[in-house]
Design a protein around this ligand. Structure first.
Ligand code: FEO
Length: 400
């Protein structure tokens, strides 16, 4: 049974939700599922914008057939070739064999890498930056957005209705729960954190490229944003655009402290807890703390993009950083975090070395300061170390 949404007089959401998926991209937990958005424009020509993941194939094909209502599909625009959006290209070509695929040259190369279907070369319309496709009432312009978040990505702008089909940009984890527009839900409370976790983990590495896309977008009037995941935006667009501006420029959202620790028997956790209390006593608000061995690194990476100051506390293990913290630091470095202040707490019952090794990892981050004051201890916090933690809290507060 179809499940579509009417977005404008002639634009329809024909996507679907997956709430069974455990790990998006086989990496990221998605406890509230994910939506794969696809859009169908019913103009003089019919135009499908991107497809969906193979897991929701059945719903998707029913949705399209319902909206087309007996008409054929004239164009399929492909903005992004990651399989969570392109998997159903062969199914569409099989069902609508006269469809013309509108894409750029890199996308065409990837289509041929992924799939084996036969399509006449004249069924491809290869576009360049700024090219326009007229579909009757609508003019669709193509704007390239390389590395947001693959090299072939482009976005499509409907100059008639001022709608931006933004590919992965402005997406979020989480299925769409009935409502379709972000202004119909308590988005800031229910979805902001998941939008940040989506952005930082999926696209976070490519801040410069997102900035380039935002610059291009700033020159055009946008009334609606239709992303490939999550809700559609038609009101208060500045809220989300401002967040993207901050995230892509690696600007902290709040001046506060994120503490993350890796602890085997509780000694390192105790140090982290004591420091958190002392920071609070020194006036720091909204402190956040994670056990890196318990919480998936994607949540901690996300908050690392939010907070101005980050404390990393780890025990020494196998003469290295404890494995869960090592994994987290690898993720933070891989996602290109910048403009932060770090402090380090190390533990080790006979030869603590984790602090030195953490510092080596953090030194890879741009525009990042590692506070000279840290705390090194063996096994458990004793009275003299409590003073050092008090001092560390004061140094952190002074640097805020
Ligand atoms: Fe949602 Fe880059 O795919």
């Amino acid at each position: 049974m179809y499940n579509t949404r009417k977005l404008t007089e002639d634009l329809f959401w024909v996507g679907a939700n997956d709430r069974k998926i455990a790990l998006f991209e086989s990496v990221y937990p998605v406890p509230t599922g994910v939506s794969y958005n696809s859009y169908l424009l019913m103009d003089e020509k019919t135009v499908l914008l991107d497809t969906v993941d193979k897991s929701v194939n059945h719903q998707f094909m029913e949705n399209i057939a319902h909206v087309l209502n007996g008409r054929t599909l004239d164009y399929m625009i492909i903005n992004h070739m990651e399989p969570d959006h392109c998997a159903e290209i062969p199914t569409i070509v099989a069902k609508y064999p006269n469809v013309k695929i509108v894409c750029n040259a890199k996308i065409q190369t990837m289509i041929k890498q992924f799939f084996d279907f036969d399509l006449d070369e004249n069924q491809y319309i290869i576009v360049k930056e700024g090219d326009t496709l007229n579909t009757g009432k609508h003019n669709l312009t193509f704007v390239f957005a390389p590395m947001v978040h693959w090299p072939e990505v482009m976005v499509t702008y409907d100059t008639t209705d001022k709608i931006l089909f933004s590919a992965d940009a402005f997406g979020a984890f989480g299925a769409i729960d009935g409502n379709i527009f972000a202004d119909e839900v308590d988005w800031e409370h229910r979805y902001m954190d998941e939008a940040r976790r989506y952005y930082t983990n999926i696209v976070g590495k490519y801040g410069a490229q997102v900035q380039a896309l935002l610059k291009k977008a700033s020159g055009i009037e946008i009334k609606m944003i239709c992303p490939l995941h999550g809700y559609v935006w038609r009101k208060n667009l500045e809220l989300f655009i401002d967040k993207y501006s901050k995230w892509s420029s690696y600007t902290p959202e709040i001046n506060s402290v994120l503490i993350t620790y890796a602890s085997v028997y509780g000694g390192t956790q105790n140090a982290a807890e004591i420091l958190a209390s002392k920071l609070a006593q020194n006036g720091v608000k909204d402190i956040k703390m994670y056990d890196a061995s318990v919480t998936h690194s994607s949540y901690i990476v996300s908050d690392a993009f939010k907070y101005s100051h980050i404390v990393v506390a780890s025990t020494t293990y196998n003469n290295g950083i404890f494995v869960s913290m090592e994994n987290l630091l690898h993720d933070i470095v891989a996602h290109n975090l910048q403009n932060r202040k770090f402090a380090i707490i190390e533990n080790g019952s006979w030869a603590p070395v984790s602090g030195k090794l953490i510092k080596e990892q953090l030194a890879k981050l741009k525009n990042t300061e590692i506070l000279e004051t840290g705390v090194s201890f063996k096994s458990a916090i004793k009275e003299n170390k409590e003073e050092e933690l008090e001092n560390l809290a004061k140094v952190i507060v002074a640097s805020m």
